[in-house]
Every structure is written in structure tokens, then in C-alpha cells.
Write a protein of this length. Structure first.
Length: 389
């Protein structure tokens, strides 16, 4: 084979490789939808800060100045957002994602999105050492989970004051660690709303090499962000638009479904422990009352009545054990997600849009209400009725 033929073959091979890469990239783009420019405009994402409060490094992302306020170039915003979502999509398949937004406008929005889509979140304040001293933080979170279970179980071996101290400690730790329970390793990516406010989070992420996706306004420094998205980070509408996009991308991954399942199972476990404690407490109180009645009967010489009380107690105890087993099985079944029932993807998505996430939620809905849910047809209704019988 001549050199000319070899070179031609190499060129053809490279062309094929480029086509394949382009095809994969296009497939990823189709897995999520980027909003149009008009959507960004409606959300006010183009409004930056006053010219006097800008960061010169943001100049390349600024389109114009109107009435002393910088206008962000939304064409560049859209391009950078597409890159960031591509990275987010890949990363969410490998591991979990952490989203951080502690300022008032962002806190409630990221909590809702993170819980629905299966992301870890921080919405109160960044705890120093979360990344740089991760093992220490992980031990504190495990301690919190253990205390929650102990508290739900009643802590009968402690006095009232000790119980109240543990309850106060659980409440304090939940304010700090609630969004990162079950985070057993560093996240694949951290999403930040306003890099100016979350300086400590960015500093730690850079120190341990966790990639950063951040919503940055015209007063931020884009050079410290791996995947900057220039946009208004103060407007609730703007923040809501971007956090929903992040949530939609992450929610498609298996890791996010696993985290949602862990959270749901933990809540079901705590609920069962609380109920078991209340039932056991009621049972003990009833037994004490029966003992008082039996002792009174014995003192009055009513031996037959005292014996009957003892026999009834034994029979009831056996029935209570059987009842507890049935109730426990019912709680576990109701806590299952609708994904575990084997429905089609269309049916699952339609039910989730109607805020139906667990078997318990599904059992509460009547057939008439199911018929009103968009995407649920007669065949799906029949499938649902058979599943929850």
C-alpha cells in the first residue's frame, strides 16, 4: 500500500471518529431541553448588577449597559448552560450531586428541587470542613441518624431532661446536616447559586478537586468556576428556572433514585419506631392498670376474677404480636415508590406530575381522580388498580 493510500485511509478513519463523537454529543443534547432565549428574558435572567458593582472579569459575558445596569449576553448563557448540563448529566450517572444555595431567594427553591430529584443540598449555611474534613463530617451525620432512631424509639432508659437535651441536639444538627444525610463520599459535582455568597463552598471544592457549576452574576469571578453560567442570581424566577433544569437532568439518573429511596426508607423506619413505641407505651399502661385491678380482686378474695384477667392478657399478647407483624409489612409496602410497581415510564411520569410518589399516595386516589390525570388512560387505570389490590 502506497503512502498516499495510507494517508487517505487515516483521513477516512479520523472523519468516522469525528462523526461518532458528534453523534454521541448530539444524543446527549437531546436528553435534556435547553430553554429558548425568550424564556430567559421572561425570567429576568439577563439583568446584571449596577455598572459600579461589577467584576471586570465578567466583561466577556456582558452584552450592553442599560440605565446604568449591565445586561448579560443570553446567547453565551445558553451555550454555557448546555455545556454545564452535559457535564451534570454525565456526573449524575457516576455519583451524587450537591447543590448549594443559602441566601433567602435560593434556600427554599433548592430544597424542593433537591428532594424531588435526588440531590444532596445545603440551604442554611456552609459548614467549614465539609469537603476538607469529610470523614469527620460523615461521622457527625452518622451520629445524627443514630440519635434520630433512638429518639423515635422513646429512650425509656433516660430521664425527661436527658431526652429533651438529645431532642434539642437532633434539631440543631438537622439544621446543618439535613440535606447531606447518606452522603458517603464527596459529590461528583457541586452546583452553586451565587459564587459571591458561597465563597467557602467554592474554596473547599477547588481544594479537593470537585468540579463546580455555578450561576454567576456580573459581580462574580468566573475564573474560579469550572462551568460558569452567567445569569441573574438574585431573581427568584431566574433561580427557579435554572434549578428546575438542574433537577430535571439529575432526576433521570439511577443514583438520584437510590438517594430518594434511602430518604423514604429512613422516614418509614422512624415512623415505625415512633408507632411501635407509642403502642408499647399504651400496652404497658394497660398492663399496669390490669395489675392494679387483679391485685384489688385478690385483696377482696375474688380469686376467679384475678385468674381470668391473667388468661385474657396472655391471649391478647399473642394477638398483638400477629397484629404488629401485619402492620409492619403494611408500612413497608406503603413506603415503596411507584417505580417499584412495574408501571410504564409514561404512567410513572404522569403520576409524579400529579404529586403521587409512593404506594400510600396511590391508594388514596379514587378512580375518578385517576381519570382526570393527564397521561393516565383506561389501560393504565386497570394496571394501577391491579397493582394496589
Amino acid at each position: 500500500m502506497s503512502n498516499k493510500d495510507i494517508n487517505k485511509r487515516k483521513e477516512n478513519t479520523m472523519t468516522e471518529v469525528k462523526k461518532e463523537v458528534s453523534k454521541k454529543t448530539e444524543t446527549k443534547k437531546k436528553s435534556f431541553q435547553i430553554p429558548e432565549l425568550i424564556d430567559f428574558l421572561k425570567a429576568g435572567s439577563h439583568f446584571g448588577h449596577k455598572k459600579s458593582a461589577w467584576n471586570p472579569r465578567m466583561e466577556k459575558y456582558i452584552y450592553d449597559v442599560r440605565n446604568g445596569t449591565h445586561i448579560i449576553d443570553l446567547v453565551k448563557t445558553r451555550e454555557l448552560l448546555e455545556d454545564a448540563l452535559g457535564v451534570l448529566s454525565d456526573s449524575s450517572e457516576r455519583g451524587n450531586i450537591l447543590i448549594v444555595g443559602t441566601k433567602g431567594q435560593a434556600a427554599s427553591l433548592i430544597t424542593k428541587v433537591a428532594e424531588e430529584s435526588g440531590m444532596f443540598y445545603i440551604n442554611k449555611r456552609w459548614m467549614g470542613g465539609l469537603f476538607t474534613n469529610f470523614e469527620g463530617v460523615k461521622k457527625a451525620v452518622l451520629g445524627l441518624l443514630k440519635m434520630e432512631e433512638q429518639l423515635a424509639g422513646g429512650l425509656d432508659d433516660l430521664v425527661k431532661k436527658e431526652k429533651l437535651l438529645i431532642q434539642a441536639e437532633v434539631e440543631r444538627l438537622n439544621k446543618i446536616y439535613e440535606g447531606i444525610k447518606f452522603m458517603d463520599k464527596l459529590p461528583e459535582v457541586i452546583i452553586v447559586i451565587d459564587s459571591q455568597v458561597e465563597k467557602n463552598a467554592i474554596k473547599e471544592a477547588r481544594a479537593v478537586g470537585v468540579p463546580i457549576i455555578a450561576l454567576i452574576d456580573t459581580n462574580c469571578n468566573p475564573d474560579i468556576i469550572d462551568y460558569p453560567i452567567p445569569a441573574n442570581d438574585d431573581s427568584i424566577k431566574s433561580i427557579s428556572l435554572f434549578t428546575k433544569l438542574f433537577g430535571d437532568v439529575v432526576a433521570k439518573s439511577k443514583k438520584s433514585l437510590s438517594l430518594i429511596s434511602l430518604r423514604r426508607d429512613h422516614e418509614a423506619k422512624l415512623e415505625k419506631l415512633r408507632r411501635d413505641y407509642e403502642e408499647e407505651k399504651a400496652r404497658r399502661e394497660k398492663m399496669e392498670e390490669e395489675d392494679r385491678v387483679r391485685m384489688k380482686a385478690l385483696r377482696e378474695g375474688k380469686v376467679e376474677e384475678a385468674v381470668n384477667i391473667s388468661v385474657v392478657r396472655v391471649v391478647k399478647k399473642e394477638k398483638d404480636i400477629e397484629k404488629d407483624i401485619i402492620e409492619a409489612e403494611k408500612v413497608i409496602e406503603d413506603a415503596k415508590g411507584i417505580e417499584d410497581l412495574g408501571f410504564s415510564t409514561r404512567t410513572i411520569n404522569a403520576l409524579k406530575d400529579a404529586k403521587v410518589k409512593t404506594v400510600k399516595d396511590l391508594k388514596k386516589i379514587s378512580k375518578e381522580k385517576l381519570e382526570t390525570i393527564k397521561g393516565i388512560g383506561p389501560k393504565a387505570i386497570e394496571e394501577i388498580e391491579n397493582a394496589i389490590k
